[in-house]
Ligand binder design. Structure first.
Ligand SMILES: NC(=O)c1ccc[n+]([C@@H]2O[C@H](COP(=O)([O-])OP(=O)(O)OC[C@H]3O[C@@H](n4cnc5c(N)ncnc54)[C@H](OP(=O)(O)O)[C@@H]3O)[C@@H](O)[C@H]2O)c1
Length: 341
C-alpha cells in the first residue's frame, strides 16, 4: 500500500513523495477504507505552505476526505455500515493514502455512480456548508446573504443552501467564468472582488438603511472587518477560513492580515446586535463526531433531494497531484478536485 507524503513545505514540485504505507487495524470506533479517490481542500494548500497549525508533522499524510470501500470495521461500530459498503468519509488527515482509518460517524454510504470529484465534496465542503448554513444560522426567506469565494467548494454549496432557503444571495469571485458559474447556481448579485470593492457594491445595492443578515467568510483579514460594517441588526458573520493568509508572502504582510480582522469586544457586539461565529470542523470532529455524521448525511440528503449539486472541479491521477495542488493554490479551480489512485 502507498500514500502521498508531505515531505517539504513550500513549492509543490518538492512537496510530495509516494512512499509505502503501513496502517494499523481500525480502533473499536473506526472503519478502515480502501480509498478509490481523495479530495483536495484549500486547507491542504495551506498545510503544504506551512500555514496550517493543525497539519501533521512531516513526513505526514494530508487529506480530509475520501471515497472508497469499507474493508474492516472496529468492534464498537454501531451503525448501518458493513464491510463492502461504498462510502464518502471525512478523515482527520491520512486521506492521501490507499488505506485510511476513520471514525465510523465520519462515513456515510453513497452510490458508487457519483463522480468522485462530486462525491468527495459531500464530506468537507458539504459537511461544512451544511453545518454553517443549517446549524450555525437559520436562513429565512428574504434574508440578504453574502457568500465569499462563492465559486469554490464550500462557497458554491453555501450559495445553493441559502438560495433554497429563499434568501437574496450576494456572491464574490475573482474571474468572469466564476461569476458566470455563480450566477447559474442562483447568486442574485455576483461581484468580481478583484475589480470592485465588494462592500461598496453591496452598500449601493442595499442602500443606507438595510444591512446584510448573514455572511459566510472563508477569506479572513479585512474582508471580515468590511463585512461586519455591512451587517444589519441581528446580522451574523460565519467565519470558516483565512485564505487571504496564503497571498501574504512575508511575516509583516501576514501580521497585516491578522490585524485586518479588527478587534471585537463582546460589548461592541451587544449594542448593535451582531454576531461573529467561528467554525472549525476538525474541532467538531474531535469533540462531537455525531455532529459530523449528521452534517455529512444532511449534505448527501440534500443532493439526493436535488437541493444541492456540488460542482466537480476535475479528477486527477495520483501522478498529477502537484498539478492539482498548484491549480487550487493559484485560484484556477472551480468546485471540488479529486485525485484517483
Ligand atoms: N473551517 C472549516 O472547518 C473549513 C472546512 C472546509 C473549508 N474551509 C475553508 O473554506 C475555504 C474554501 O475551501 P475549499 O476547499 O472549498 O476551497 P475553494 O473555495 O474551492 O478554493 C479556494 C477559493 O478561495 C478564493 N480565494 C480568495 N482569496 C484567496 C487567496 N488569497 N488565495 C487563494 N484563494 C483565494 C478563490 O476563489 P476566487 O478566485 O473566486 O477568489 C479560490 O478558488 C478555505 O478558506 C478553507 O480553508 C474551512
Amino acid at each position: 500500500m502507498k500514500a502521498a507524503y508531505l515531505v517539504n513545505n513550500g513549492r509543490v514540485n518538492r512537496a510530495f513523495e509516494i512512499r509505502d504505507l503501513s496502517i494499523q487495524d481500525p480502533q473499536p470506533h473506526e472503519v478502515q477504507i480502501s480509498v478509490q479517490a481523495f479530495g483536495l481542500n484549500f486547507a491542504d494548500v495551506m498545510a503544504r505552505l506551512g500555514l496550517y497549525p493543525d497539519a501533521p508533522k512531516k513526513p505526514g499524510i494530508l487529506g480530509y476526505d475520501v471515497v472508497g470501500t469499507i474493508l474492516d470495521i472496529g468492534s464498537e461500530v454501531r451503525s448501518e455500515l458493513s464491510i463492502g459498503d461504498y462510502v464518502v468519509a471525512l478523515t482527520r488527515f491520512g486521506g492521501y493514502g490507499q488505506l485510511v482509518n476513520t471514525d465510523y460517524r465520519a462515513a456515510v454510504k453513497i452510490s458508487s455512480d457519483i463522480p468522485v470529484d462530486v462525491a468527495t465534496a459531500f464530506a468537507t465542503q458539504g459537511g461544512t456548508a451544511y453545518y454553517m448554513a443549517r446549524e450555525m444560522v437559520n436562513i429565512f426567506p428574504g434574508d440578504h446573504v453574502l457568500v465569499h469565494a462563492a465559486a469554490g467548494g464550500v462557497g458554491s454549496l453555501s450559495v445553493q443552501m441559502a438560495k433554497s432557503a429563499g434568501a437574496t444571495v450576494y456572491g464574490t469571485a475573482s474571474t468572469s467564468a466564476k461569476l458566470d458559474y455563480i450566477t447559474s447556481i442562483g447568486v442574485d448579485h455576483p461581484i468580481n472582488y478583484k475589480e470592485h470593492q465588494f462592500a461598496d457594491v453591496i452598500r449601493k445595492i442595499l442602500g443606507k438603511d438595510i444591512g446584510l443578515d448573514i455572511i459566510f467568510d472563508p477569506i479572513g483579514g479585512m474582508s471580515v472587518r468590511r463585512g461586519y460594517r455591512l451587517l444589519g441588526a441581528g446580522g451574523r458573520i460565519v467565519l470558516c477560513g483565512a485564505s487571504s493568509l496564503t497571498s501574504a508572502k512575508y511575516i509583516w504582510s501576514k501580521l497585516g492580515v491578522v490585524k485586518g480582522f479588527g478587534l471585537f469586544s463582546p460589548i461592541a457586539l451587544l449594542n448593535p446586535s451582531k454576531s461573529l461565529i467561528g467554525v472549525n470542523m476538525l474541532r467538531i470532529a474531535d469533540d462531537k463526531p455525531e455532529v459530523l455524521q449528521r452534517v455529512i448525511r444532511g449534505a448527501v440528503d440534500m443532493y439526493e433531494d436535488g437541493v444541492i449539486q456540488p460542482l466537480g472541479g476535475g479528477i486527477y491521477s495520483i501522478s498529477e497531484l502537484a498539478v492539482a495542488h498548484q491549480a487550487l493554490e493559484k485560484r484556477k479551480t472551480m468546485g471540488k478536485l479529486a485525485v484517483k489512485w
